[in-house]
Write a protein that binds this ligand. Sequence first.
Ligand code: NCD
Length: 339
Amino acid sequence: MVKTATCAFRKASLLCRFMSEFASGKIRFPHSHLLGIEGLTSNVISLLLDCAENFVEHNRQTDNKLSSLSGRTIINLFFEESTRTRTSFELAAKQLGANVINMSVATSSVKKGETLIDTAMTLNAMHPDVLVVRHSESGAVKLLSEKVNCAVINAGDGRHEHPTQALLDALTIRRRKGHISGLLVAICGDIAHSRVARSNIHLLNAMGAQVRLIAPKTLIPSSIAKMGVEVFNNMEEGLQDCDIVMMLRLQSERMSSGFFPSIREYFHFFGLDYKKLANAKDDALIMHPGPMNRGVEIASEVADDLGRSAIREQVEMGVAVRMACLELLTAISTKGNGT
Ligand code: NCD
């Protein structure tokens, strides 16, 4: 069934216009799930960003609860720890009036030996409208989406993809710079273990930005150049004339051995401080998906520089982007069986 999006608050006129065009079928999200950015066209990415943009303005108003997902159930199923992504999905779903259930592995039957698929099938039997899933294995969320008949959103699978993070990064960039196409974006740090890097590369390529990766050789997979990026092993060179500097956390939980001699040495060569940042454009924007390791991949003073850093804004954009994903995915007529 197509759910008619209702406009509870007339004063949010942009949002209302978007919703009525959406409800009338003029604009349509063409996928049943959001498993990754790979394969999304620039039009679909822009649709998600435009929808999210309307929610940003709406969320800043005081009287801002919507009802388009009233009667719908969203289950957050997190097999891996998360603070901002899970709370952001929860807030997004509640803003749209949905019922939200949070399940974490610590309290679930997974601890008692239930498999991923058994857990998914059990939850599926409760007829949720959307499952938001995070899992430590790349591909696990796609596997799960093939077994259930509701929409599935990937909230991060292993080192594969984290589509809503790339979308919120894109929205932050678009709002600050006015466009994405033509920008020179440096993604720096632990590329090897990062789903954020992979989703961002797909999105930035699709939207016409130029992507540079900067990391020690041990933290860059050799095959990554095939994704249409330039690779640098030196921050000073790689940051030259960049518009956006996106830092990544050292993901030690995914490292089986030492990838660099010491934290001190890592910060010296690859940590973002004002000296290295001086190589980028004067108005280069600093970004980080969080959680940050201060003094490891980024100096505190740079992270907290309100004039340059968009890190807090990224968190705000996260709620709007997740509202857009939930809104667009729940409005399609078919459940499951899609990509
Ligand atoms: C990222 C993740 O989980 O992949 N964080 C996030 O979603 N905010 C990046 C990270 O953990 O370093």
